[in-house]
Design a protein around this ligand. Structure first.
Ligand SMILES: [Zn+2]
Length: 262
């Protein structure tokens, strides 16, 4: 990674972390605190002005908000390597945990996606149930952090034509799966007795979409080395929307995306 940006990245990270810790206090204190606070502006990095010169990976972090310490670690790690990712949110988890973790993600330039309300297997649900799960979660996300998700990752990566139709008909969002090579899904990975670091690095390719579960300690702890090795191989890390934008591809509602090319 470039030595020149390390220090400022670390400083920015520290500032953001402390703002999370004090957020409860902030909401009860008045104007004086607010005026001393810097405006929340997501970072931008030099590579974003010429993304075509790099290989791109869109990391997606599932089942959020959960395991706040691990997720903060992952966000800070991506910031350290000049990158972003996408948080796939369960409506139920967001209702329980509150908005702080997602606000921290947004401050760091992350994108928020939808991952259903309660992690039901939607491939076994009716059209109406699917619509209800996705709409309910969209509403909770919008109410909590003020953004409208554009991407939906079905629980268990169980996608089908009914799910795609429900998402398309409502004009909401595009369905996203995981890397074609399932070993980069860190959930399968642990069941296979695999190694997150090795698989994430060995199975990388330009335009890949990853499924990561930061609730898993091994995944959170491996992110720094994963990012370091991929960064050194010429990869940069972006959100789902940035991946398609930077590749000049308009996502289609008829598809389930395993990577930027489908
Ligand atoms: Zn999940």
């Amino acid at each position: 990674m470039p030595m020149t940006t390390t220090r400022s990245d670390l400083e920015r990270t520290t500032t953001n972390t402390s703002s999370i810790v004090t957020s409860t206090t902030r909401s009860t204190v008045s104007v004086t605190t607010t005026t001393t606070k810097k405006p929340m502006v997501a970072p931008t990095y030099e590579w974003q002005s010429h993304p075509q010169d790099f290989k791109l990976i869109a990391f997606g972090f599932d089942d959020l908000p959960t395991s706040a310490g691990n997720v903060q670690m992952v966000i800070d790690t991506l910031a350290k390597y000049e990158g972003f990712g996408t948080c796939f949110v369960l409506g139920e988890n967001l209702e329980k945990a509150g908005p702080e973790l997602l606000e921290y993600a947004l401050q760091n330039g992350f994108e928020i996606g939808n991952h259903s309300y309660d992690h039901a297997n939607l491939s076994k649900c009716s059209y109406e149930e699917i619509v209800s799960q996705v709409r309910r979660t969209n509403d909770i996300i919008e109410r909590s952090v003020g953004v409208k998700p554009k991407w939906f990752r079905p629980p268990y990566l169980a996608s089908n034509s009914t799910i795609r139709a429900a998402c398309a008909a409502n004009g909401w969002m595009h369905v996203v799966n995981g890397n074609k090579n399932s070993t980069t899904n860190t959930w399968y990975n642990v069941e296979d007795g695999g190694n997150v670091l090795r698989d994430a690095v060995n199975n990388a390719y330009d335009g890949a979409i990853y499924v990561m579960h930061p609730a898993r300690e091994e995944t959170a702890l491996s992110m720094d080395e994963i990012c370091k090795q991929l960064y050194d191989k010429g990869y940069r890390f972006c959100t789902m929307s940035q991946l398609f934008e930077y590749k000049g591809i308009e996502p289609q509602y008829s598809k389930t995306y395993h990577d930027v090319n489908e």
